[in-house]
Design a protein around this ligand. Structure first.
Ligand code: FES
Length: 105
C-alpha cells in the first residue's frame, strides 16, 4: 500500500506500507521526519497530525469521537483535511494516499 508523505520542506517521500499498519507507524518505520506519534497510536497526543491531500480519491476510515477531540489539540492549526495518522490504518483502498505533514507536531 503506497503512501506519499509531503514533508514540511516540500519534498516527497513515497513509502510502501503494510496492510494493517497505520500511516503513523509506516512513517516511523521509514524514518520520516515530521511525525512523532508520542502516544504510540492511542489517540492521546495529536503528534501524528497530517493533512490528507487526496481525500476525494480515497475512502478514509470514519473519524471516531476521540480523534475528533484530539484534533482540537494539534500544535499546527487544524484544517478540514486534518487527520491523526495513527487512525489511518492501511488497507487496499488507501493505496496512493498522499499526506502532508504540518510544520510542527
Ligand atoms: Fe498519538 Fe496518534 S500517535 S494520537
Amino acid at each position: 500500500v503506497n503512501v506519499t508523505y509531503v514533508l514540511s520542506d516540500g519534498s516527497h517521500r513515497s513509502v510502501d506500507g503494510q496492510i494493517g499498519q497505520s500511516v503513523m507507524e509506516t512513517a516511523i518505520g521509514a524514518d520520516i521526519d515530521g511525525i512523532t506519534g508520542e502516544c504510540g497510536g492511542n489517540v492521546m497526543c495529536a503528534t501524528c497530525h497530517v493533512h490528507v491531500q487526496n481525500a476525494a480519491d480515497t475512502v478514509l476510515p470514519t473519524m471516531q469521537p476521540e480523534e475528533e477531540e484530539m484534533l482540537q489539540c494539534t500544535t499546527s492549526p487544524r484544517s478540514n483535511d486534518s487527520r491523526l495518522s495513527c487512525q489511518l490504518v492501511l488497507d487496499e483502498t488507501l493505496n496512493g494516499l498522499v499526506v502532508r505533514l504540518p510544520q510542527e507536531q
